[in-house]
Design a protein around this ligand. Structure first.
Ligand SMILES: NC(=O)N[C@@H](CC(=O)O)C(=O)O
Ligand SMILES: [Zn+2]
Ligand SMILES: [Zn+2]
Length: 428
């Protein structure tokens, strides 16, 4: 496809400002970028996309998502998940292995890649499981999984309980040059609870998940990462203690990176309106003090990137009551408008700060060679209407999931057009 995207506002980091540009796409790459002040280019032989008055960014990258296929197609398929991602402005997503069966063999890695190629308008990068069936008992065949296309190893959905198993996994991943991506959760401390230990559970007379169930793994694993030299990436950081431990590990030169989700930046347990499973996710919403700590961790670079942890579940599953309902909320279609409205439009962050954590940084942390709006780079692009205001309406989502705590929120900054590898992935 040959395309001219005209007059898109592109963030200039040096000037800390948006500047109108014309961007030419040839095939799968960005061929040329011109200042709009040079006048309109000759667009003969090209499709033309008018981006005037809108943000034009490198496509967003989400390194933590659940596409549910194979096995849980009633929650999501690779087709519906990638469509939802494209609508959210994402052009690359990395999917977790907790499917049925889990992605723990080379065949299953190839299955995800093949399905994504067939159905998906965006790039899909599969993670493989650390342990067979994600049971924590036996390591998978890391070398064969890498060969099949796995970009890292994780048992996301559950924590690796055994320290020796984790250390062996790290040593093996280090030798292959791939990261260990950790869902940090110590099972013996969970109390079988649905929400975090704090004001909300106190008010309802429930048991709570304590902060240390997460941070004890962060502490253990950063020590093991130091010992093995692996690139260790912490999933969905949610506690003040985890931020503190990651900061300390970074100060000591440990190869640790970390991610945070929009909901942990925006909501605390005190915002939970009642016993509603759309507010049940793992890790749970923590205290306002934890929210402050993860925001500050992102701001000072302790936490590197933003991910959605898009985790669709069916309405029937979420209606089983807070005890029985599964953990997880959807994220693709609300992530950018939430963060733009609550952190950029309020003046706390520059637009560049947010974009960097959703484009360049995730690409660099995982060595993807993506995330830049520059000539010669892959044509992964997103256009956002920063002025458009709309309410979050789960009934209109492209994901099969309706499970969000953000229904009815009035937000600005909605993606309107997405291109991945030079092909239009979604258009309003
Ligand atoms: N985050 C969640 O609450 N749920 C995820 C699992 C996970 O990310 O740990 C899921 O697969 O539903
Ligand atoms: Zn997880
Ligand atoms: Zn997850």
């Amino acid at each position: 496809m040959k395309v001219w995207i005209l007059n898109g506002n592109v963030w200039n980091d040096r000037r800390q400002a948006l500047e109108p540009k014309h961007v030419r796409v040839d095939g799968e790459i960005i061929a040329e970028i011109r200042d709009a002040s040079e006048g309109l280019p000759d667009t003969a032989g090209h499709e033309v996309v008018d981006a005037a008055g809108r943000l034009l960014s490198a496509g967003f990258i989400d390194m933590h998502v659940h596409l549910r296929e194979p096995g849980y197609e009633h929650k999501e398929t690779i087709a519906t998940g990638t469509a939802s991602a494209a609508r959210g402005g994402f052009t690359t997503i990395a999917c977790m292995p907790n499917t049925k069966p889990p992605t723990d063999t080379p065949e299953r890695v190839r299955y995800v890649l093949d399905k994504a190629k067939e159905a998906g308008p965006v790039r899909v990068l599969p993670y493989a499981a650390i342990t067979k069936s994600q049971l924590g008992r036996e390591l998978t065949d890391f070398a064969a999984l890498k060969e099949a296309g796995a970009i890292g190893f994780t048992d996301d959905g559950v924590g690796v309980q055994n320290a020796k198993m984790m250390k062996d996994a790290m040593a093996l991943a280090a030798s292959l040059g791939l990261p260990i991506v950790a869902h940090c959760e110590e099972d013996t401390l969970l109390e079988g609870a649905a929400f975090s230990e704090g004001e909300f559970v106190k008010r309802h007379g429930l048991k709570g998940i304590p902060n240390e169930s997460e941070s004890i793994h962060v502490g253990r694993d950063t020590l093991l990462a130091e010992a093995t030299g692996v690139h260790y990436h912490v999933c969905h950081v949610s506690t003040e203690q985890s931020v503190r431990l990651i900061r300390l590990a970074k100060q000591h030169g440990v190869r640790v990176t970390a991610e945070v989700c929009p909901h942990h930046l925006l909501l605390s347990d005190e915002d939970i309106p009642g016993l509603d499973a759309n507010w049940k996710m793992n890790p749970p919403l923590r205290s306002p003090r934890d929210v402050k700590a993860v925001i500050e961790g992102l701001e000072d670079g302790t936490i590197d990137i933003i991910v959605t942890d898009h985790a669709p579940h069916s309405e029937e599953e979420k209606a089983r009551g807070v005890d029985k309902a599964p953990f997880g909320i959807v994220g693709f279609e609300t992530a950018f408008p939430l963060l733009y409205t609550k952190f950029v439009a309020t003046g706390r962050w520059s637009l560049g700060f947010l974009l960097e954590r959703m484009t360049r940084k995730p690409a660099d942390v995982f060595g993807l060679g993506l995330g830049r709006l520059e000539p010669g780079q892959p044509a992964d692009l997103t256009i956002v209407d920063l002025e458009k205001e709309a309410e979050v309406d789960p009934a209109k989502f492209l994901t099969k999931g309706r499970n969000t705590p953000f229904a009815g929120w009035k937000l600005k900054g909605w993606p309107v057009w997405t291109m991945a590898a030079g092909r239009v992935a979604w258009s309003e």
